[in-house]
Design a protein around this ligand. Structure first.
Ligand SMILES: [Ca+2]
Ligand SMILES: [Ca+2]
Length: 424
């Protein structure tokens, strides 16, 4: 399926891409990882009864001080079993305010941009009723909550060496989730009061719970694209397709993948991974939907050219080159390069600053070597916006991004200075 791409002449079209949109059929065997992987189970696999016997085949992960966690999911819901090692469970029958009672707090979200929603659990004891809160609102005594469109339920029980809980959270209730959510970020904070507030032990930990289908998609992508884990140069959770929820964007070798419970990838139009000069995921539009920014080098015709390519990703994992600009040319000893920067959106065009980034491209006398207006005989690129030349009237260009459109292209406003190297 994957074709190798050779650029035989500098003017050859870059638009030769391999696109694969695939789901992973068979589950791969679980492997021990630093980041827990939650396996996919049938929806009746876990009985929400507070007993953990149904979890016996699920791997435990130590998360933080004295806290062990197991997780599974059924595409609609995340199930957790947590065991807290605590010789002395302190409850005073209160609501946990004032930090005078043992309390476990679990924060759920998908990406760092999302605001975590907290599940708070004060375990029941012989003398105190359990307290369970989701988003600061008490769950009903039955354990159910109709908040966020699904049933959140918690059951806790005292154990020989502490206490444990079983919880179910609808995936849709987790901030930042969407169809095929690849991972969930779980903050765990335990307030262990023991001998009084003065001796309170507070432990905090963060776990990235990777969901099995996305994890298998990640492995399948690496295999299909001929890459190994060592070839990965970027791996971020962010929304790139504009459909609710984050995807996992992975840049490995010459390939870029968008991974949810399935994956799509494309191969950049270069001969080798070393020809990918730059690759990152940036919210240039400023609407929370990131784009993929790449710079690549192509060889042919005895020389080379550098292209800056900004990709938008559609809802079915289709990659569209929103902007392709020539930013470098070399032929023998002769070199012409353009400087490019992603700057705060607005000021380079004389507008107020807003969320997002503008692309500023500049050229000056020091960016050319060996070429002059007279000796530069290169044919302008037909498949990219041509490189700026220092001897032309226009020596800068500012592009900006609105939805699927790329606008601008005029020179930057007088007095606008790009600060630093490549601000993001
Ligand atoms: Ca159970
Ligand atoms: Ca999305």
């Amino acid at each position: 399926m994957r074709k190798s791409i050779r650029i035989t002449a500098i003017s050859t079209s870059w638009a030769l891409l391999t696109l694969v949109w695939a789901t992973v059929a068979a589950a791969a065997p679980a492997k021990a990882r630093a980041e827990p992987v939650c396996d996919l189970v049938a929806s009746d696999y876990i009985a929400m009864d507070g007993l953990l016997d149904d979890w016996r085949d699920i791997a435990r992960h130590r998360i933080g001080d004295g806290v062990q966690m197991r997780c599974v999911y059924d595409r609609a819901r995340l199930f957790l079993a947590i065991e807290v090692n605590d010789q002395r469970v302190v409850r005073r029958g209160g609501s946990g305010k004032g930090a005078r009672e043992d309390q476990l707090r679990l924060g759920f979200r998908v990406t760092e941009r999302d605001k975590a929603k907290w599940l708070e659990i004060l375990p029941g004891t012989d003398t105190a009723l359990p307290v369970h809160r989701w988003g600061a609102r008490p769950l009903k005594a039955s354990g159910g909550s109709s908040g966020d469109g699904g049933q959140i339920a918690v059951q806790d029980s005292l154990q020989e060496r502490g206490w444990s809980l079983e919880a179910v959270i609808p995936l849709a209730a987790i901030p930042g989730s969407g169809p095929g959510t690849p991972a969930i970020s779980l903050d765990i904070a335990y307030n262990d009061v023991d001998g009084g507030a003065a001796k309170a032990r507070r432990s905090k930990a963060l776990a990235i719970l990777r969901l099995r289908e996305a994890e298998d998609s990640y492995a399948a992508f690496l295999q299909a694209s001929g890459n190994g884990p060592g070839d990965v140069r970027a791996d971020v959770l962010t929304d790139v397709d504009g459909v609710r929820g984050a995807e996992r964007v992975v840049i490995a070798g010459t390939a870029i993948a968008v991974i949810s419970d399935r994956y799509a990838y494309m191969t950049l139009p270069v001969a080798a991974a070393g020809d990918v000069l730059y690759a990152d995921v940036v919210d240039v539009r400023g609407d929370g939907t990131a784009s993929i920014v790449t710079a690549v080098r192509q060889f042919g015709g005895g020389g080379s050219r550098d292209l800056l390519m900004i990709w938008h990703v559609g809802g079915r994992g289709d990659f569209a080159a929103a902007l392709v600009v020539e930013v470098g040319k070399a032929h023998g000893d002769r070199v012409l390069s353009n400087r490019w920067s992603l700057v705060p959106k607005g000021p380079a065009r004389g507008q107020a600053r807003t969320a997002g980034r503008d692309l500023v491209i500049e050229v000056g006398a020091s960016d050319v070597r060996g070429w002059s207006r007279e000796s530069y005989l290169e044919t302008p690129a037909a498949d990219a916006r041509p490189i700026l030349k220092p001897w032309n009237e226009q020596t800068s260009a500012v592009y900006y991004f609105e939805g699927t459109a790329v606008l601008g292209g005029d020179a930057k406003v007088a007095g606008f200075q790009v600060k630093g190297g490549r601000p993001r």
